[in-house]
Design a protein around this ligand. Structure first.
Ligand code: RUB
Length: 338
């Protein structure tokens, strides 16, 4: 999905509507929105420019509450602006207008480097992940993770003969998107309803899922149903891996702040209900029926064999150390990438 050329408000709407989905795509789209804002900003003072970006950051963060990869990217951006202003306090520039232009140009470079970093990370994860998968493996996947798809495509590129079982992933069926992408890549792909997981787990060699958030304890927040899959995998001694950039780590969880689990419109659940032929013909939700639509769930670290990250295969207890090291390097100041 390409976001280039889309305005910041189109990107915001695209994330809300799930036209842009998957944590890394969302994070990249958020950076695209910042780049758009830099290009079209009318700010002529540093304060105006900072406030413009801050306003956009707050709007973007509201689109999907369970997305630390987006939040980390956006907060890194704010940190860059603050560090830049501090570092250039005594700059002998002719006027504030020139200061703003210089900041815009430096921030643009910074954002592009963030995007490059994310592209390099997924390539590394694909290499590391595919090296873990043996020829002939059967792999179970849940929902749609761009990172997992990339690993599986890398297996195909290396001529590994794999069979992937995709779970459909109610209520919005992102698992079908995974199935389509894999089948189109020439990978042997199967599609099952979510409830089939207990029946098919024993023929799987491993489970691969993505990650929306990773907590300080090494717990995983991912699409609803992930915890069920993890429990069934553990019960059947099938290895369970989450494939994730370290930027999915949420540093606030170290302070005891719980990751918010996004709740989405209940029509997503009812709208595709059993009796419905078309969305417009949905039966109204019966009075007294309470529907819950949690988008994500939390899988405790003890159910996860390891995270496949750009820095290697890390067991859950090592994640917070590796991720905080990375975050502090990138947020260290204006010269993080220079
Ligand atoms: C997608 C989902 C994915 C993670 C990781 O949920 O849970 O597993 O976001 O994806 P949604 P990626 O469809 O609600 O965004 O590997 O692409 O970052």
């Amino acid at each position: 999905m390409k976001n280039e050329g889309r305005s910041a408000s189109e990107i915001i709407q695209g994330i809300k509507d799930l036209k842009i989905q998957g944590a890394r795509r969302i994070a990249k789209a958020a950076i695209d929105a910042i780049i758009w804002q830099i290009k079209y900003s009318k700010a002529i003072t540093l304060e105006q420019f900072h406030n413009e970006i801050l306003g956009l950051v707050l709007e973007l963060e509201k689109t999907r509450p369970t997305e630390p990869m987006m939040r980390n990217s956006l907060r890194t951006t704010l940190k860059f602006i603050m560090a830049w202003i501090k570092a250039n306090e005594n700059a002998n520039l002719a006027n504030e207008d020139a200061n703003v232009s210089k900041l815009k140009s430096n921030l643009l470079t910074f954002e592009k480097k963030l995007l490059d970093m994310m592209d390099e990370e997924i390539e590394k994860i694909a290499q590391i992940g595919s090296s873990l998968i043996k020829d002939g493996s059967r792999i179970l996947v849940h929902c749609h993770s761009n990172t997992v798809v990339k690993i599986l495509q890398d297996c195909a590129d290396k001529n590994k003969n794999i069979i992937v079982s995709c779970l459909e992933t109610r209520p919005l069926f992102q698992g079908r998107l995974t199935a389509r992408e894999l089948a189109e890549s020439g990978i042997k792909t199967e599609l099952y309803v979510d409830g089939a997981v207990g029946s098919i787990i024993q023929k799987q060699d491993l489970v691969l899922v993505g990650a929306d958030a990773i907590t300080a304890e090494g717990d995983l927040i991912n699409k609803i149903g992930t915890f069920t899959v993890a429990q069934i995998a553990k019960y059947n001694q099938v290895k369970f891996f989450s494939c994730a950039e370290l930027f999915k780590y949420d540093p606030l969880t170290r302070l005891g702040i719980e990751e918010i689990i996004e709740e989405r419109d209940v029509q997503e659940v009812w709208g595709d209900g059993l009796y419905q032929k078309e969305k417009s013909q949905a039966y109204p939700i019966p009075k007294n029926l309470k529907i819950y639509n949690y988008s994500f769930d939390r899988t405790p670290a003890s159910f996860i064999n390891a995270y496949i990250t750009e820095e290697g295969i890390l067991p859950p207890p090592l994640i917070s150390y590796a991720a905080e090291k990375k975050l502090s390097k990138i947020r260290g100041g204006t010269d993080a990438f220079f």
